[in-house]
Design a protein around this ligand. Sequence first.
Ligand SMILES: [Zn+2]
Length: 357
Amino acid sequence: MIRSTHNVSNSHSKMRRQQDVPILVVSQDYELFFGRSGSIDKCLIEPCELLLDFAAKSGVKITFFVDAGMLCRMEALAANNASIERDLARIRRHIATLVAQGHEIGLHIHPHWEDTRWVDGAWDFQGTRYRLSEFSDADVTDIVRRYAGVLQNLANGAVRSYRAGGFCIEPFSQIRSELKQQGITIDSSVVPGARLEDDNKGFDFAGVPDSSWWRFSESPLQPDEAGDFLEIAITPLTLPLFHYWGRAFDRVLGRRAAGVSGDGVSKAIGRREIARRLAGAGRVSELSIDAAKAGQLKSRRVERQNRDIWQVMGHPKLLGGTSLRALEAFIARRQFRRFETLSGLASAIGGGELGEA
Ligand SMILES: [Zn+2]
């Protein structure tokens, strides 16, 4: 059974809850594109400056899930490549700024960096393995250890949260023990109800109940009250029926969503998933400030929901001209007064503040 955060019985905690909730968690996947990478300025540094500025004004705290494979790959090549060496130094300084401003650094794993080559001044992602499940158990352990290590160094050992690249969290058994070894016991890869049918990058959370958080041990899809891991779900969003038709139309016309910061191109989704989406299935997505989805924050579907905890995600590379305005209006409408990083929220949950004895 998933423990619910509702039904707090005694009046003292009711009073406390009324003061403290709703809580807003904002997370961002800090990464390049995986079709054509785009530049670190447009995909990472410039949009993050806007996010940091917004956070400083609003009080929002952000968990940045940093694509650590990118850093490891850059480290491996920097000695013989001056431009990678320069970019790596800038990214390192940038991440230090995020930490210094009180935001959280989380581990994001896209293992395709293991196979990624630098060809003629650009990253070449062709023929790379997208999911950890395509690697041997020994390789996966090594990847988690190296990727977590590079981030723990940058974040002074404070990395406690994980998000699987492309939400491909299964099989969790492959990463469980090494994550724990690294002190990472919070996962935030699950969007309850969402499902993506793609041979290379699919996931299936269709049967997961819409709760804000739960404990687990062997898999985030199997809640376990005595588990040593905590799942903090990404708030699901049901897209309007014709959302993907608009997106497909944009693609055919070669249009990017309004004013997106990043200058790269995403990895393509398989035809089966595209067909499914255009047929009106697969409409459960994640609540996000990415340009293509930020407008949904003011939709009636979102408006009529009553939650104690909201997690809105996004990607700096997909931040658009209206993203932060949409977030600002969302915060004002829902009267958020409490903002947490994922690990901050986990501490509150662990301290019994949010419904756990
Ligand atoms: Zn990612």
